[in-house]
Design a protein around this ligand. Structure first.
Ligand SMILES: [Fe+2]
Ligand SMILES: [Fe+2]
Length: 268
């Protein structure tokens, strides 16, 4: 299991190679950045590192849920690998932050981890289904949309390469949720359906909060930090293009989601 992965240290930190192919030499990408811009980018990537580390904890919950639900072995295996992926992402982001900072930065402090407990769910099985869908079908799909927006605005090779590494894994992680939605046991399906709108609202609220309203510096944009309006467009677009048609295709009623989306997808 994940704790025994040879690339994870006893502290759960990634010791191995962090990318599928080496990142390009950062020197050209860093040229021309002011000290303030470098500090801002280092800070953004270090914050991302902390977030990725917390997502590893979330995937440990997803993995346990899939085991308890006796889900498809391939999904269980992918969820276990996702825990390692997120540790690797945390290290990748720390290394990128260090390049921007011009020195090796320490691991950021662990963010407190708490996942929604869904106390009003009618059974543990329903609760476990909600963990899987909330983290994978919603959070990782929104993460993929965010990273696509980041990639679209990035022109700097070094940043683009790092973002691509994250994006390819997050798409895989979202597929765990969609494959699970397609194969969900019938007895949990009806109740889970009534939670979809709540999951969508909670997740979208979090992702809207991540977009940085203060980022308008075109230099920073070129390094893959998307402007708030681009993030909003990407998040709404993935609801329309993936989430609503995805749940509909897998047999869930999506009238509530459609109605919410038609209202502008409010999260207040
Ligand atoms: Fe990640
Ligand atoms: Fe992920």
């Amino acid at each position: 299991m994940t704790a025994a992965h040879p690339s994870l240290s006893p502290a759960g930190r990634w010791n191995g190679r962090v990318t599928s192919r080496p990142l390009p030499d950062p020197a050209e990408s860093l040229r021309g950045l002011s000290l303030a811009e470098r500090a801002l980018l280092a800070n953004i990537w270090l914050s991302q590192s902390a977030t990725e580390r917390r997502v590893a904890d979330a995937f440990a919950v997803v993995h346990r849920a899939l085991v308890a639900l006796d889900a498809d072995a391939g999904l269980i295996e992918t969820a276990a690998r996702a825990v390692d992926d997120e540790h690797r992402h945390a290290e990748l982001c720390r290394l990128v932050a260090s390049q921007y900072a011009g020195k090796s930065l320490p691991h950021p402090p662990l963010l407190p981890f708490a996942h929604p407990t869904h106390p009003s769910a009618s059974s543990d099985r329903v609760r476990q289904c909600l963990y899987v869908l909330g983290q994978c079908a919603f959070n990782e799909t929104f993460a993929s949309a965010y990273l696509e927006a980041a990639l679209a605005c990035a022109t700097v090779t070094y940043a683009k390469s790092a973002i691509r590494e994250l994006l390819s894994d997050e798409i895989d992680h979202s597929r765990v949720g969609w494959a699970f939605a397609a194969t969900m046991p019938q007895r949990e399906r009806a109740e889970v359906q009534s939670w979809l709108l709540d999951l969508a609202i909670c997740n979208l609220r979090e992702w809207r909060a991540i977009a940085l309203p203060s980022v308008s510096n075109p230099v920073v944009l070129r390094h893959g930090v998307p402007a708030k309006d681009k993030v909003e467009a990407a998040l709404l677009s993935v609801i329309d293009a993936v989430m609503i048609p995805g749940f509909e295709r897998f047999g869930f009623a999506v009238d509530e989601l459609r109605h919410w989306r038609a209202q502008g997808a409010p999260t207040e």
